[in-house]
Design a binder for this molecule. Structure first.
Ligand code: NCD
Length: 320
């Protein structure tokens, strides 16, 4: 991650024209390459704001679930690269409401545009769309499955905030069962020498298949319901929202909704040199009183996200 690429040059062309469905597609050198390009994007945005690397490219943003950050950061990313976007974020007003299949909708949009960013409530939807489409499909969240572009920006945030990955203890807090961002991030962090703690209510623990994938890579993991047990050793606290919309039984949500709240007082028990992250939106799990603490990285995390998405679009759509 030290030698940044000359601007616009893509050293590793293997993402050109490819779908981005899971973090499993990335190895450590891919991340170094991506983060190098993201860093260049940061520099260019500071210097000139918008430039022509992807001039003429058109992206589809196809969102079957609500989104603020993911959707608008992809719009900002393609527009800052000189491209443009066709936005479909209220599928009730599209032919989806007439019963069109996901496959047909995606095959429609690829006739008009160069790649499709897809968010969908079903696990595996992005893979289904990719199987139907010829052009690249980028998974922007498939239900409780994965959210690979979020994990890439989360990893970039860790790199920028902490300066390294190896030796870090990362604690994931909240809804680890339904939270797709932690699913992808846990898998991605196995590329590094980290320790992962999971803190959640009993009914919202990290699913076994993700824990098995992490264990297979020899990464130490520890699950608990008690934040105080692991907070003092934590270098990165990754807080998540309880995913209300994925509960089958609403009374179960009420039981767990206020399980953990990060406040300045709680954070007295943490290191002074650490970072608190959150993919956002938050619904009370981080008190706004904590926002001015230098360890609160969640607003910076959003900005890093735009540079990472610019870099990813450059790799997928750019000149190899
Ligand atoms: C997350 C998501 O949609 O999975 N948001 C995001 O993309 N930044 C997290 C969430 O909804 O809780």
């Amino acid at each position: 991650m030290t030698d940044h690429l000359p601007f616009g040059e893509v050293r590793n062309p293997r993402f050109f024209g490819q779908d981005i469905l899971s973090v499993s597609q990335f190895d450590r050198s891919d991340l170094e390459n991506l983060f190098g390009v993201a860093h260049e994007m940061y520099g260019m945005v500071q210097r000139v704001g918008t430039f022509d690397l992807l001039k003429g490219k058109v992206l589809t943003n196809l969102f079957y679930e609500p989104s603020t950050r993911t959707s608008s950061s992809f719009v900002a990313a393609i527009e800052r690269l000189g491209g443009s976007v066709v936005q479909i974020n209220n599928v009730t007003y599209s032919s989806v409401s007439k019963g069109e299949t996901l496959e047909d909708t995606v095959r429609t949009m690829e006739q008009y545009t160069d790649a499709v960013v897809l968010r969908h409530p079903e696990k595996g939807a992005a893979a289904r769309a990719a199987a139907a489409a010829v052009k690249p499909v980028i998974n922007a969240g498939d239900g409780p499955g994965e959210h690979p572009t979020q994990a890439l920006l989360d990893a970039y945030t860790i790199k920028e905030e902490m300066g390294r990955f190896d030796g870090l203890t990362v604690t994931m807090l909240g809804d680890l069962k339904y939270g797709r961002t932690v699913h992808s991030l846990a898998k991605l962090l196995t590329l590094f020498d980290v320790k992962i703690n999971y803190v959640s209510p009993e009914i919202l623990q990290m699913p076994q298949d993700f824990m098995d994938a992490v264990a297979e890579k020899g990464i130490p993991q520890h699950a608990t319901t008690d934040l105080d047990e692991v907070l003092p050793e934590t270098d990165v606290l990754y807080v998540t929202r309880i995913q209300k919309e994925r509960f089958e039984n609403p009374s179960e949500y009420d039981e767990v909704k206020d399980s953990y709240v990060i406040t300045p007082d709680v954070m007295k028990g943490a290191k002074s040199d650490m970072a608190v992250m959150h993919p956002l939106p938050r619904v009370g799990e981080i008190s706004t009183d904590f926002d001015t603490d230098p360890r609160a990285a969640y607003f910076r995390q959003m900005e890093y996200g735009m540079y990472v998405r610019m870099a990813l679009l450059a790799l997928v759509l750019g000149r190899a």
